[in-house]
Design a protein around this ligand. Structure first.
Ligand code: ADP
Ligand code: MG
Length: 266
């Protein structure tokens, strides 16, 4: 069995018995049920599970965007429960990058301005060469003055990745970052994310429903009904798809399922 062989063994993020309950009384939904999980520094983990299994809630709790109802989240040595709102904001700015499926770029700002923004918000001097280097890495050095609306989906997501990487955060969280992209563009975006782990020693946690995307990771963890139900190390797309099928994840996603069976991936 492959178990602890991947990564340096230092926890970048740790969840301990995390519960998240939305609503009250009859409307109560337990989105996470005593979920415990560790992400070693310098590793790339994909998080998968059926729709509604708690993937986004998990990612938001781990990134300090949502406070758990019970349990602990640690980023490095910092217990997020010890931080007030200002402290949480600082931690997110300094140590965490987040990539959303819908890009979430500011439409009135240029590519350059969008990428510089997190540095500005953190009160850090934006060295032009540092920002240009990040934009060069994502292949957008010649699009600095474009507005998001003038770019393709893949290009917008690359801007969002540059924006998440520019502060050199210890951990990058991505919620279905390739969900809106075609197969080829998705592969390029995944290559970029993968490279941030190998080159920058960063930790990457990515929610995806795509077995091909998940196969880029070192490890895939599976959630169902708010809990951990298994993991695969050095995943292949086929093994991931088989596990998802057993979880009943494709019941309402027949298109994805048949695409995987035919080797298309999406
Ligand atoms: P996934 O990302 O795997 O689809 P989510 O984390 O979005 O799952 O949702 C997990 C469960 O929590 C679902 O039952 C969902 O309806 C519920 N949920 C998520 N966000 C909220 C919210 N803000 N208020 C109430 N219920 C929510
Ligand atoms: Mg989700």
């Amino acid at each position: 069995m492959q178990t602890q062989e991947i990564g340096q063994g230092t926890a970048a993020v740790r969840l301990v018995a995390v519960e998240k309950i939305y609503g009250t009384g009859d409307n109560e939904v337990a989105a996470l049920k005593r979920l415990s999980m560790t992400f070693d520094a310098g590793t790339f983990t994909a998080v998968m599970g059926p729709s509604g299994s708690g993937k986004s809630t998990f990612l938001h709790c781990a990134a300090g965007l949502v406070r758990p109802t019970r349990g602990s989240v640690l980023v490095g040595d910092t217990d997020l429960a010890d931080l007030d709102e200002a402290g949480l904001t600082r931690l997110r700015r300094d140590r965490i990058g987040f990539v959303f499926q819908a890009y979430n770029l500011l439409p009135a700002l240029t590519v350059l301005q969008n990428v510089v923004l997190p540095l500005r918000l953190a009160g850090r001097r934006a060295s032009r060469s540092q920002v240009l280097a990040v934009l060069d890495r994502v292949g957008l050095a010649d699009r600095l003055d474009h507005l998001p609306g003038q770019l393709s989906g893949g290009q917008q997501q690359r801007v969002a990745i540059a924006r998440a990487l520019v502060t050199r955060p210890a951990v990058v969280f991505a919620d279905e970052p390739t969900g809106a992209l075609d197969t080829r563009t998705a592969a390029a975006v995944l290559g970029l994310l993968r490279e941030s782990v190998t080159a920058g020693g960063q930790t990457l946690v990515m929610v995806t429903h795509d077995p091909v995307a998940a196969s880029h990771a070192d490890r895939v963890v599976f959630l169902a009904d708010g809990g951990f139900v298994g993991e695969l190390y050095r995943p292949t797309a086929e093994a991931v798809a088989a596990r998802m099928t057993r979880l009943g994840a494709w019941d309402d996603e027949n298109l994805t399922s048949s695409a995987v069976r035919s080797g298309g991936g999406r």
